[in-house]
Ligand binder design. Structure first.
Ligand SMILES: NC(=O)c1ccc[n+]([C@@H]2O[C@H](COP(=O)([O-])OP(=O)(O)OC[C@H]3O[C@@H](n4cnc5c(N)ncnc54)[C@H](OP(=O)(O)O)[C@@H]3O)[C@@H](O)[C@H]2O)c1
Length: 270
């Protein structure tokens, strides 16, 4: 039987690409969708995909009246947490694509997920190349104690750093605390020019026309340097395969798991 999906944010940039892909995927079916502007319509009419015959609802609570196996959260930070908790209360497993939730948010979500024996798989970036960035950087941090992160994005991106960079900094913090030859509070001049400290890493956010989204971590050792960089293109296609995998695998999890590598064996475990 096909896995029944409730897709919040089904008409958005990322969610609509995922919805179209699910329409072509026999083992998955969308039973309800969420979007305020298109509430009351059939999703397939909105997206021009006849195979998507489910209704669009204005809120997750209404959409969750349909029984589903997996709830996918792809809306925005303001509604994500309440949507996730509503889905868990309805005993759905949850895949979280929305970025920006904090470690404290995930702590609360984890408690509720474990109470209901459900899995939550959250990834700030479902692209395979971004997962590899995280894994390669974790590996490098085991050997190289000093690094800084550069977060590049288009000029109208209002949040900083990006979800991918936040996740990268959190991951690296679990490997070790980066060392600094000169601590930030001993900076002579503008301290801000040394960037923000995010989970222990110095992060420098660049917001300029001409960039899409890139994340670069630079590891430095005496007389040698290693840069690991991820560049996103302009379409949402790279996120689809990872999200499909997450939907298929999340029911094997209990509690919150961060990163697609929770269900993707890259053979890179320490
Ligand atoms: N994990 C990943 O790989 C990945 C990849 C891409 C994006 N993202 C993240 O995913 C999130 C969505 O990004 P996007 O670019 O797709 O955004 P978007 O184009 O603005 O789409 C947002 C979707 O959510 C719906 N929505 C927003 N607020 C809502 C509310 N209060 N109630 C019901 N529906 C609501 C919108 O429909 P209405 O406006 O009609 O309500 C729309 O369908 C962001 O956090 C982004 O950073 C993650």
């Amino acid at each position: 039987m096909a896995i029944r999906v409730c897709l919040a944010g089904a008409t958005g940039w990322a969610g609509s690409e995922l919805a179209r892909s699910i329409a072509r995927t026999p083992d998955l079916t969308i039973v309800a969708a969420v979007s305020r502007k298109h509430a009351g319509r059939v999703l397939g009419d909105v997206l021009g995909e006849a195979r998507l015959d489910c209704r669009v609802y204005a809120s997750a609570t209404e959409a969750l009246a349909h029984a589903c196996d997996v709830f996918v959260e792809y809306t925005n930070l303001e509604t994500a947490k309440s949507n996730i908790l509503a889905a868990l209360e309805r005993h759905a497993h949850v895949v979280v694509g929305t970025s920006g939730l904090t470690a404290d948010d995930f702590q609360v979500i984890d408690t509720i997920a474990r109470r209901h024996q459900r899995g939550v798989l959250a990834a700030g970036n479902f692209a395979l190349t971004a997962v590899l960035l995280l894994k390669f950087a974790e590996l490098a941090a085991r050997f190289i104690p000093q690094w800084e992160i550069i977060d590049y994005a288009h000029d109208d991106k209002i949040d900083a750093p990006s979800g991918t960079v936040r996740e990268l900094a959190e991951r690296l913090a679990k490997v070790r605390t980066p060392e600094r030859t000169v601590s930030i509070d001993r900076t002579v001049g503008e301290r801000e020019s040394r960037g923000a400290t995010v989970s222990g890493s110095q992060v420098h956010s660049v917001r300029l026309p001409g960039y899409v989204i890139s994340a670069e971590v630079v590891f430095g050792m005496p007389d040698q340097r290693l840069s690991i960089r991820h560049d996103s293109g302009t379409s949402a296609v790279p996120y689809v395969d990872g999200a499909l995998l997450a939907i298929r695998k999340v029911s094997s999890l209990i509690g919150v798991h961060r990163g697609l590598d929770a269900v993707l064996d890259l053979g890179l475990s320490p």
